[in-house]
Design a protein around this ligand. Structure first.
Ligand code: URA
Ligand code: CA
Length: 433
């Protein structure tokens, strides 16, 4: 087999066979196939696409390129949730203990990464003492005992994806549905998921800026998952405005605690119940989605979800006093109100702009080396569809710097007030096949 022949084959729009895709991924991972040939192949894929079989072959070849996590010692169906990323997405912090409170095992591997705010691990580290350095044995033992644990990323998972993504980044081939879908799915499968619930975000603050692209990506990932034997479904949810009110690490932990206490923002609660009922249902608990949702709602109000969060945090070294007294979480030195310039109804909050504003305060990493300030961020006081009076606060800035004029200006520019506006629909679609 020669890669140059495979490039020509794809260039002509023909489908690559399973062994051809394996050969290509293996050869590229070991370095036998050079970047210039792989770049040509990626560009051919970008223009000619891949059929369902090729997509699942590419996914599994990337899974097989490195280590995989063996979760077979954990009892029950291991359901993982993946979000395609957004602004102020507090969902994982709520969903992990909430779903675990019904006995569904949540074995979460998480990262730090770049973004507007930190990753799930950074957020959890706002709880003093909380750590994610667990051995594989301790991790599995904790999940069996408490039904929930979070471990930092370790091991050499999907090296082919890392190398391919880096090459795509510099060759104009990131924006290809088969390549994105197989990249995301390979990481979930390597991390040991039996079943996968995908939260595909759509709108200004999302990777997919419109519904059509989000739908295509969701369908592609659901198809791959089901073809390779992992029950997979997707929810398409709005990310034109941020989710919930909090954007920032400690602020989102507090928002998660409020939500687990039964007092969460309506949109965050709704998304958690929608995704959570799918997770519970895939794990085989409850007769149907409606029953799964009822059970979850019950645990948000009877204290069981919050209790699970405490047990989870304590088991990983966290000081649970902050869960009872969230005011003991890291606090910023200054709070500045961004006020409405006129009466009206909030008609737009550009999510990615607010994400950048949070990053300017130090809530997220601009580069891998940046240090996060856990205390800072933004609290939205209004969402799209809310009435507002001139001079009323739209956003509270939590800052540790004295000059916040650039952040303030950015926020003002990203919020529009009109004479009338409707709240935005949150769940756009649920895709199961
Ligand atoms: N996120 C991923 O993990 N992979 C892609 O290809 C794009 C976004
Ligand atoms: Ca939030």
């Amino acid at each position: 087999m020669r890669i140059v022949d495979l490039i020509a084959k794809k260039q002509h729009g023909e489908a690559l066979k399973t062994e051809e895709i394996k050969f290509m991924v293996q050869g590229f991972t070991t370095g036998e196939i050079p970047d210039y040939q792989m770049s040509a192949m990626l560009m051919a894929i970008y223009f000619k696409g891949m059929n369902d079989q090729e997509r699942s072959d590419l996914t599994m070849s990337m899974v097989e390129s490195g280590e995989t996590i063996d979760l077979s010692a954990i009892h029950g169906v291991k359901v993982d949730k993946h979000s395609t990323g957004g602004v102020g997405d507090t969902t994982t912090l709520v969903l992990a203990p909430l779903v675990a409170s019904l006995g569904v095992p949540i074995a979460k591997m998480s990262g730090r990464g770049l973004g507007h705010t930190g990753g799930t691990i950074d957020k959890l580290e706002a709880i003093p003492g909380f750590h994610v350095e667990l051995s594989q044995e301790d991790f599995i033992e904790l999940v069996n005992k408490n039904k929930v644990a979070v471990v930092g990323q370790s091991g050499n998972l999907t090296p082919a994806d890392k190398k391919l993504y880096a090459l795509r980044d510099v060759t104009g081939t990131v924006e290809s549905i088969p390549l994105i879908a197989s990249s995301i799915m390979s990481k979930k499968i390597a991390a040991g998921a039996d079943a996968i619930v995908l939260d595909v975000k759509t709108g200004a603050g999302a990777f997919m800026k419109n519904d059509e692209d989000a739908r295509e990506l969701a369908h592609a990932m659901v198809k791959i998952g089901n073809m390779v034997g992992r029950n997979t479904m997707a929810v398409i949810s709005d990310m034109s405005q941020p989710l919930g009110y909090a954007i920032g690490n400690a602020l989102e932990v507090k928002e998660a605690i409020d939500t687990l206490n039964g007092h969460g923002p309506a949109d965050l609660v709704e998304l958690c119940l929608t995704l959570g009922s799918q997770m519970v249902h895939l794990a085989g608990i409850g007769n149907d989605l409606a029953e799964a949702r009822d059970l979850l709602e019950e645990n948000l109000h009877n204290g069981k979800a919050l209790e699970k969060f405490k047990v989870f945090a304590a088991s990983q070294g966290g000081d649970t006093a902050v869960i009872d007294y969230p005011e003991q979480l890291p606090q910023a030195a200054y709070q500045i109100e961004v006020k409405a310039a006129r009466d009206g109804v909030v008609s737009g909050i550009v999510a990615d702009e607010l994400g950048i504003a949070a990053m300017m305060l130090g809530a997220g990493r601009a580069t891998k080396e940046s240090k996060i300030d856990l205390a800072v961020g933004l609290m939205l006081n209004k969402k799209v569809g809310d009435a507002v009076k001139q001079g009323e606060s739209l956003v509270t800035i939590h800052s540790n710097q004295t000059d916040n004029s650039a952040v303030e200006a950015k926020i003002k520019n990203s919020i529009t007030i009109s004479d009338d506006a409707q709240p935005l629909p949150l769940i756009h679609e649920v895709i199961t096949d």
